[in-house]
Ligand binder design. Structure first.
Ligand code: RIB
Length: 312
């Protein structure tokens, strides 16, 4: 059994580049349209694999050309895929818009991802039982995802939930989550609290802790990430890079966090590592093509700390 199991989505991204996003009712001329493999689940899984983690992917693909693209990626990245099922619905697709600042707007059509149901969940029950950490997002059916959280928690398996795309979740479910990684918007939706300032982010993170969530790692854009546990609240600074395309930065952050935590790094060290992985991801276009390897991330961290020593 693999140390880390990702149960999540596959999405083929149709990525349109433009200078600025169109307004409602406005037509604009864009710069390019490209296809990139993505989806939060597989993005996080490939990140784990490229960072040297022992990982299995669980999910649902269509029996189509896009499905084959993902099967090839998993093979090339050494990802266990025995429990990636196939169905008659097409592999999920998304419309992704990227503006000149690298910001993104995404609309996912779930298709095959929503065919993953309780029958498939029963088939992977022993996988969940025997793994160390389950990584989840909210791109599969919500009722199925909640049941995965209940089962993993019941088996004493750690749960890392990336609550994206965000929906309001019951306190009971949030209380079974070991690590939750919302961005500011997602944190606001989960808690019904404002998250416009660091103070507000801290208050909302503490609200999640009060439900029983063990650790909150809130990503706060280029400022880095805020970690909150019952014992400590701290902001871990991010890395400044030029953003080309921010798609999958949150996913690679989650993958790196999972790898570092399962290697026994402290929470702070794990978040520093995840910040570096996330920063590198925004420097290249596409989701899976922008996910870096362990060697590249360590070289980046080394280069930045050398620069800091020279500047001091
Ligand atoms: O987090 C980025 C991902 O979200 C994209 O690859 C897109 O497919 C959506 O799932």
């Amino acid at each position: 059994m693999s140390k880390i199991t990702v149960i999540g989505s596959f999405v083929m991204d149709n990525v349109a580049k433009m200078v600025k996003f169109p307004q409602a009712g406005e037509t604009i001329l864009g710069e390019s349209l490209e296809l990139f493999p993505g989806g939060k689940g597989i993005n996080q899984c490939v990140s784990v694999a490229r960072l040297g983690g022992d990982v299995e992917m669980v999910g649902m693909l269509g029996k189509d050309a896009n499905g084959e693209v993902f099967r090839k990626i998993m093979k090339e990245d050494g990802i266990k895929a025995d429990n990636v099922f196939s169905c008659d619905k097409p592999t999920a697709v998304a419309q992704v818009q990227i503006n000149a600042e690298g910001q993104n707007r995404i609309c996912v059509i779930p298709s095959a991802n929503f065919v993953f149901g309780f029958d498939e969940l029963d088939k992977v029950d022993s996988v969940i039982k025997e793994t160390e950490l389950v990584i989840l997002q909210l791109e599969l059916r919500l009722d199925v995802t909640k049941e995965i959280i209940r089962r993993a928690h019941g088996y004493g398996v750690k749960v890392l939930l990336n609550p994206a795309p965000a929906v309001k979740l019951e306190k009971e479910i949030l209380g079974m989550v070991d690590y939750i990684t919302p961005n500011e918007t997602e944190l606001s939706i989960l808690t019904d609290m404002p998250t416009d300032t660091d103070e507000e982010v801290i208050a909302a993170a503490k609200e999640l802790l009060s439900y029983g969530t063990k650790t909150v790692v809130a990503t706060i854009g280029s400022r880095g990430a805020l970690i909150a546990t019952q014992d400590n609240v701290e902001i871990i600074s991010g890395y400044k890079v030029k953003a080309v395309d921010t798609v999958a930065a949150g996913d690679s952050f989650n993958g790196a966090l999972a790898v570092a935590l399962t290697e026994g790094k402290t929470l702070k060290e794990a978040v520093q590592f995840a910040n570096a992985m996330g920063a590198l991801t925004v420097t290249e276009k596409g989701a899976i093509p922008s996910l870096h390897t362990r060697v590249q991330v360590e070289e980046f961290i080394g280069r930045i700390s050398d620069q800091k020593i020279k500047e001091s």
